[in-house]
Design a protein around this ligand. Sequence first.
Ligand SMILES: [Zn+2]
Length: 549
Amino acid sequence: MKRFLPVACLCALALPALAADIRSDRIAESVKTMTSDFFEGRAPGTVGEERTVGYLIGQFQALGLEPGGREGSWVQPVQLLHTRLGEPTRLGLEVDGRLQPWRRGEEVYVSTVRGDDRVVIDRAPLVWVGYGVHAPERGWDDYKGVDLAGKVAVFLVNDPDFEATADEPAAGRFGGKAMTYYGRWTYKFEEASRRGAIGALIVHDAPGAGYGWNVVTSPQGENYDIVRAPGKGSTLALQGWISGGTAKALFEAADLDLAAQRRAARRDDFRPVELEKLRFVAEVPVEHRVVLSHNVLAKIPGSRHPQETVFYGAHWDAYGSGPADAQSRTLRAGANDDALGVAGLFEIARAFKAGTPPERSVVFGVWTAEERGLLGSEAYALDPVYPMETTVANLTVDVLQTRGKARDVILVGVGQSGLEDDLARFARAQGRTVTPESLPERGLFFRADHFSFAKRGVPVLLMMGLAGASDLVEGGREAGQAWVDDYTGRCYHQPCDAWGPDWNLQGAVDDIALLHAIGDELARSRRWPALREGSEFRPLREASAAQRR
Ligand SMILES: [Zn+2]
């Protein structure tokens, strides 16, 4: 039987109010400003950066926020290392004493994050380590104590259960099709470096990586990292990918069958194999320089618990300029990615200032060098102004759909934290539902700045419109998918990611309002959202529980 509730009761059902005045005209204005010629496409270390940082500070100041950096500063300096490989004198595989050169771009793609003048790897042994996963909490260790010091690790992309059938030991141990952090190439390079390897090569396959070889090889031989403290940098002189064809030949030269080895790697009794007949050889000049860049930090101090922080983030950087597109546009100014997110933060800051002061501090981090590998947020996380242990949550905006109102909001990283319940509750108050991201195997959860916090055990939420097809009020999910396909296929990281008169920001306004409401409630409560049982970062958060009492 249908039950009717008197309308007056709805508020008593604890459906929270989303009263914040988030306005699309102001958002559009900020996006248009940040993507104008004056900002030159907002590349780190350029005049464009200087102007962008000045603009961001001006906006936060005008909104009545305080500097959020150390010693009353609006910025946190970030030193970036930029490297570019020159033409190798030698690069390839030595089989039985004979060098088989590898063609860069076709057979191998390598780069370095070390600031040395020259990469020299002289006949280093290679070790096949399967998926290269060390996950004690899942009872999985591909290394079995093998010594990688001074050697080159060869591994598969994604995690051991990505291709596993139900009867194989790996099945379901790593979230099924969804990618865990163990599946990301970043994790594999980090793990190889922890074990002292001198090189790391991932076998490319398009389904496992989530993208084709063309994405791996662009741009040629360039890389960025943070300038690390002495002894804290990567041990890897070269890191990169080999194509599926190269891998097949490499395994054949070692008298192994790649297909059989892939199957073996899906077993927890997999053991690494030293590829005894093979040696890796590389001699490559490196151009390197240090680029000084900046994160911008602004805060609203908490009135009662200022040492507890609700953190909002977006990134200011984009790609500067490049070759002209068909419409002669040269700036790759990231209108959606992520000027729109930054504009959203201004609206959230404004909404906080319009209400009574929050009890916990609310901090806004506008990051540099997200497009170079989440480096600004990573630099912050390595040297946090506000301790990670008492950061209540990180709420990040990076790309929102621009096709108007949606009946749902996309959740990236299902099963990570209790913030999912907050998202569902506040979405319901907007008359919306939550839709899980459509391709969790792509690992989008690990590919935006919130992840620098997630890695340190902070509960996070990411608003990312390209993570799935929104159910648009006009045109439904089909129209939502068409937007995702068009944006990712045509505009993502290209001059085409520009503000257009066809933008309809009503859906983005809802997403921003949602993120404001979630943070606003947290900033006025004593609640600490928890990480879920299945989260690979839960043990870390639990270890610091005492600091949140
Ligand atoms: Zn982005």
